[in-house]
Design a protein around this ligand. Sequence first.
Ligand code: FAQ
Length: 326
Amino acid sequence: MSQDSVPMLRSYTGGTEPALAEQFERTIARDQRVEPRDWMPEKFRATMIRQIAQHAHSEIIGMQPEGNWITRAPSLRRKAILLAKVQDEAGHGLYLYSACETLGADRTDLTERLITGRQKYSSIFNYPALTFADMGVIGWLVDGAAVCNQVPLCRSSYGPYARAMIRICKEESFHQRQGYELLMTMMSGTAGQRAMVQDAVDRWWWPVLMMFGPPDRESANTAQSMAWKIKRHTNDELRQRFVDMTVPQAEALGVTLPDPDLRWNPERGAHDFGEVDWDEMKQVVAGNGPCNAERIAQRKAAHDEGAWVREAAAARAAKTRKEAAA
Ligand code: FAQ
């Protein structure tokens, strides 16, 4: 089923459309949750499907930069940690696809949209993970940004999404701490290891700031998503919060964030920081980042190679249904 033609789920509350719309607005105003069987405006449904699907795709594609390092982890302990983290990401993707299905979306269709480039995933996963220090930096900064962005989503107005976010955020926080612990270990190692960490921070810092989305002045969806309480903060507010949170962590770690304009502004009570290269972000989102083609090709190959599993599961389900009916 396509995202453009998701069916209207019948409201269990009954009533005429204006009355249902009023009830929906009241639910939002009272800070209550919209649930799958409630009536909702089609635009709200489409927005939720868009955001949740992009989020699910990000988790699934996000397994690739780290998955690539599982066989090259420097110790059994690091391998076990990385394996568990990548498995968590798969779990987050599956939760989120399930949340999307409660809105009438079809998972096969969502996957098809991802691999044909009709639905987006986070720009951050189109950058390469070049050294093992990147595993630490992905945990510290990428998961750190994810937590900063997603904790407010635990209060998002769509019930299944908000509830999925609670567990996801707990796991992401743990991921962030494991990344920081790995970096602390490397920073207390050799000069070569410290240089590796700094190099990884230099490469990931700006792309991480792009994770929060375009600046508010260019964000097409923020106003409506804030009005519907899907989003609780704007992209710029969360980006600022992340920078303020990260600066003392970088100091404690002993790394420099690669921004000559980064400094504390006592009047604002926040850090000023340089302008993100928005042209680069647009290019990456448009499919022209360093790893876009590779990421999609790998996802497509995995999907194709899994066809026999889906066929076997469907055949088994059909057989079970037939036996039950006999
Ligand atoms: N990359 O109007 P806005 C993770 C698109 S999970 C690509 O501001 P919105 C876990 C946006 O979709 C990371 N596209 O949009 C992990 C929209 O396009 P559309 C993912 C982007 O939705 C860690 C257009 O630009 N997290 O990291 C990006 O109000 C480690 C205009 O933007 C989520 O998905 C981008 N960075 O705000 C896994 C969190 N930014 O559809 C493995 C949930 C924006 O209109 C390892 N999502 N776009 O054509 C959100 O909070 C929001 O959707 C935003 C964007 C804040 C991402």
